[in-house]
Design a protein around this ligand. Structure first.
Ligand SMILES: CC(C)(COP(=O)(O)OP(=O)(O)OC[C@H]1O[C@@H](n2cnc3c(N)ncnc32)[C@H](O)[C@@H]1OP(=O)(O)O)[C@@H](O)C(=O)NCCC(=O)NCCS
Length: 165
């Protein structure tokens, strides 16, 4: 018996300057800004955009309709979701049921977090293993399932505490 195998690896990706990608990865029809880093075993799907200097660590999954700003950190094994199974099961190919995720700038997402289709504003930290189910409109540190505000970020001379530099 032989399986029907398909390989994607890297196809039709728009790269900025000095992008680093550690293979193996599946990247297709997405846009990676200047100085982006993508670790191994990452999948980034069609239409995803990563702003300059954003890093995605190994084993993360960025599905269609995800956009991430600049200077963000997506740690290991972070899962994005565009289909909430809102009608009782997977939307399958019905894109009208898919929802977008918009992540601002200077957002750090801890390992193994799951991000449902939401908006997250600038200067946010998401704790490891958190499940973000609602939009986040206020800078701060959020954690848990569902993710809740732990504390606000201190304003320091170098910018908001906790932001990647
Ligand atoms: C969320 C986070 C930034 C909070 O750090 P902090 O501000 O120093 O928070 P503390 O450790 O003082 O914890 C404060 C409270 O939040 C809880 N908490 C901390 N992190 C949590 C998490 N990820 N999920 C759920 N609760 C969490 C703590 O248990 C504590 O609760 P308590 O007050 O009831 O005891 C940090 O714990 C975290 O998860 N960082 C992600 C790191 C990561 O994934 N790095 C990837 C690179 S390897």
């Amino acid at each position: 018996m032989e399986a029907d195998t398909k390989s994607v690896t890297i196809r039709n990706v728009q790269f900025g300057h000095r992008v680093t990608v550690i293979e193996p990865v599946n990247l297709y029809e997405c846009e990676l800004g200047d100085d982006v880093f993508v670790g191994p075993f990452v999948e980034i799907q069609r239409g995803v955009r990563l702003g300059a200097r954003t890093h995605v660590q190994s084993h993360s999954f960025l599905c269609e309709l995800v956009q991430i700003g600049h200077d963000c950190r997506v740690a290991h094994g972070v899962m994005f979701i565009n289909d909430r199974f809102a009608t009782g099961g997977p939307a399958g190919g019905n894109r009208e049921l898919w929802e977008p995720t918009r992540i601002g700038n200077h957002v750090s997402i801890g390992s193994n977090a799951t991000i449902l289709p939401v908006r997250i504003c600038d200067h946010v930290v998401i704790g490891a293993g958190s499940v973000v189910t609602r939009p986040i409109d206020e800078p701060g540190i959020y954690a848990g399932n569902p993710a809740r505000l732990l504390r606000h970020l201190e304003d320091t001379p170098d910018g908001l505490e906790g932001s990647p530099r």
